[in-house]
Ligand binder design. Sequence first.
Ligand SMILES: NC(=O)c1ccc[n+]([C@@H]2O[C@H](COP(=O)([O-])OP(=O)(O)OC[C@H]3O[C@@H](n4cnc5c(N)ncnc54)[C@H](O)[C@@H]3O)[C@@H](O)[C@H]2O)c1
Length: 261
Amino acid sequence: MIDFNGKRALVFGVADKTSIAWGITNWIIKAGGTVVLAYQKKFRSRLYGLTKGVNGIEAIEECDVAFDEQVKDLFERVDGKFDMIVHAIGFAPGRALSKPLIYTNEEDFATAMIISSYSLQRIARHSMRSLNPNSAFLTLTYLGATAVVPGYRIMGTAKAALESLVRELSPILGAAGHRINAISAGPIRTLAASHVPGFDNILDYMEHTSPLRRNIDQEDVAKTAIFLLSNLASGITGQTIFVDAGFNIIGVPPDLDKLVS
Ligand SMILES: NC(=O)c1ccc[n+]([C@@H]2O[C@H](COP(=O)([O-])OP(=O)(O)OC[C@H]3O[C@@H](n4cnc5c(N)ncnc54)[C@H](O)[C@@H]3O)[C@@H](O)[C@H]2O)c1
């Protein structure tokens, strides 16, 4: 049903084969699209290894979203226009993730906000002349944006700002016919997730309490991602869609008796 033949995506956030962005990239290619990957310098050799011989990867381009010039340059040096932009980027300094939020200093707070939230605005701003009509943006968020998740710390605040940005940017991009949405993914073992204290416990708890009684994987996210990026979602913008086996709707877990006994 989803046909991306002739469509082109710019995907930010592939670090290795576990990356959510890599799952999305594979599904875009499977649907017939081509992809330019924008990666962070420290992952260069992994990216070269991962993408070698993969049909559908048009180019891999270095870009650190912490720097306005680098994002601007990226859009200037990559020829042609895009139909899809995927922002799958999150970062907070280890120092900020290792202590309760009240101890996060101004510099670490700003770093997390700039890389995890503001970079979406930065990318959208510099992309405007590089978009085909009716393009779609997608970003990745987490439940910690709207509920307390111990260990997620400053990232919860950054994701709350990101979800707000998705809403705020939607009428601006919508005036030019473009859409923007977020997927709020359940926990998945990735490089970024490995820095969240207590992550394994979160995986266990979700597996036992989500309506589907399982965790989700890259494929679950990628399938929703290509739907949101495609014309099938032509009437959806400014939304945060949960792909979390239903976990977010649970007030009291179904097996509470086992959990408290
Ligand atoms: N894994 C999970 O459990 C989970 C759940 C919900 C949402 N998410 C979100 O999904 C997105 C992708 O994360 P992931 O879990 O696939 O982990 P990941 O480590 O594979 O991806 C994070 C990416 O952010 C990139 N990045 C960080 N700082 C950057 C910078 N300054 N410039 C350019 N790129 C930078 C890294 O290079 C990496 O590719 C993140 O926004 C994350 O918060 C993850």
